[in-house]
Write a protein of this length. Structure first.
Length: 416
């Protein structure tokens, strides 16, 4: 008797550990980044050596590539196919012919296998204005320049910078995570800047697909120039001033200066060419300096210098009318003083001889000082004469008639 055994035809399989998904004879490998190493294990069954033919189909993100037919020759039961990751796109490897030592390829007995893989482009980043020098203040300030960059890839991006300060050896590295747009304005942290010039380089960028790009030292960079921030300092210590006074400030930095201020809710700005800035307090209100900018850089140093401008106090005697009262010897009358301003009030009034028939002004007979915590005060008078207020002072401001010297400290002593 004879026993006849069929020699099995060769078989081809893909290693299960190499596939992220499988649908019948279609295998999908995990996505990779452009330039990464990627391979697939091809398993054979039959009689070596084996020859397998496959066709590489590519759909590039940019451009087109014709299909390529290639062979794998294997002396063992396993072979490794190095996959193409040179350019971003969708790759498909179709294994369509198989031979071993005993059998030539037979389309009737072989079912093609397909392996697919997507290759993602690596993200990229660049300065919008490479080579430019940006101006910075040594302290955090409004209006300073930002460094625009453009990014390509799938956000969010993580970015790594390198700062090299002039005159120092080792560069400093800092990261900027979670950039969600393809255009971004970079603000260098003030903790990282030094006075003088520094070079800013882009070092690495990564995106949400896990792909990253390391940029080399030839990548265009930008410079930042850091200047001392300008300052504005009040020359008077009191926050309360009076209408008619001048508000004065000292400036430091590089002239000319732009001073930003707010007067009772109205935003304004003014120029100063010297080292001082002053404004006349024309009417009551709140004057606030909010910032100063000098010509060394376009950064604006914030400030918050507040000055409260108060109106001058006022006083009326007997409702502001001239009043003639006859009193008998030993009698008295009442004089009403009405004050405008902020209590407490101090005032100086005189008693003069009455004007004679020829119109000649009377002689000052007496000068007295008074004080009131309220907006009105009544005093009793029993002596003949013309009573007139010649000086008035409230909590913040004081006024005296021209030619009337008033020492408010001495006047206060007389009231005690």
């Amino acid at each position: 008797t004879f026993e006849i055994q069929w020699i099995p035809r060769p078989e081809l399989r893909i290693s299960p550990s190499d596939a992220a998904e499988r649908q019948g004879n279609n295998f999908v490998k995990a996505d990779v980044c452009e330039g990464d190493e990627a391979s697939v294990e091809v398993l054979f069954k039959g009689s070596p050596p084996y020859t397998v033919q496959y066709v590489e189909h590519v759909k590039l993100e940019h451009g087109a590539v014709a299909p390529k037919t290639k062979d794998i020759r294997a002396a063992l039961q396993v072979a490794s196919l190095r996959m193409n990751t040179a350019q971003a796109g969708a790759y498909e490897y179709k294994f369509n012919e198989l031979e071993d030592a005993n059998y030539k390829h037979s389309a009737k007995h072989f079912t093609p296998l397909h392996v697919q893989q997507r290759v993602h482009a690596r993200p990229s980043v660049a300065f919008v204005k490479p080579g430019k020098t940006y101006s910075y203040c040594s302290v955090e300030s409004d209006g300073e320049e930002v460094i625009p960059i453009s990014l390509h890839g799938t956000p969010p991006f993580d970015l790594e910078f390198e700062i090299k300060h002039h005159g120092t050896g080792k560069p400093e590295v800092f990261t900027l995570p979670g950039i969600t747009t393809h255009s971004h304005d970079v603000r260098i942290p003030h903790s990282r800047v030094h006075l003088g010039k520094s070079a800013i380089s882009l070092r690495r960028v990564s995106d949400s697909r896990g792909c990253s790009r390391l940029l080399d030292s030839t990548t265009p960079r930008v410079q930042i120039a850091v200047f001392d921030a300008p300052t504005i300092t009040p020359l008077e210590s009191s926050e309360n001033i009076c209408v008619g006074d001048r508000i004065k400030f000292a400036l430091s930095g590089v002239a000319p200066y732009t001073i930003f201020y707010d007067f009772s809710g109205q935003i304004r700005k003014a120029q100063a060419t010297g080292t001082t800035f002053q404004r006349l307090a024309e009417k009551p209100g709140t004057f606030t300096v909010t910032g100063v900018q000098d010509s060394a850089s376009q950064c604006r140093a914030s400030a918050n210098v507040v000055r409260n401008i108060h109106g001058m106090p006022s006083v009326r005697v007997s409702h502001g009318r001239e009043k003639y009262v006859d009193i008998h010897e030993g009698g008295e009358t009442e004089i009403l003083f009405e004050f405008g301003g902020v209590p407490p009030f101090e005032f100086t009034y005189t008693r003069s001889s009455n004007t004679d028939k020829g119109g000649k002004k009377g002689v000052v007979l007496d000068m007295k000082h008074g004080k009131s915590e309220e907006h009105s005060l009544r005093i009793r008078a029993s002596e003949e004469g013309t009573y007139e207020v010649v000086a008035i002072k409230d909590r913040y401001c004081a006024y005296a008639k021209p030619g009337v010297p008033v020492n408010w400290k001495e006047a206060k002593k007389l009231l005690m």
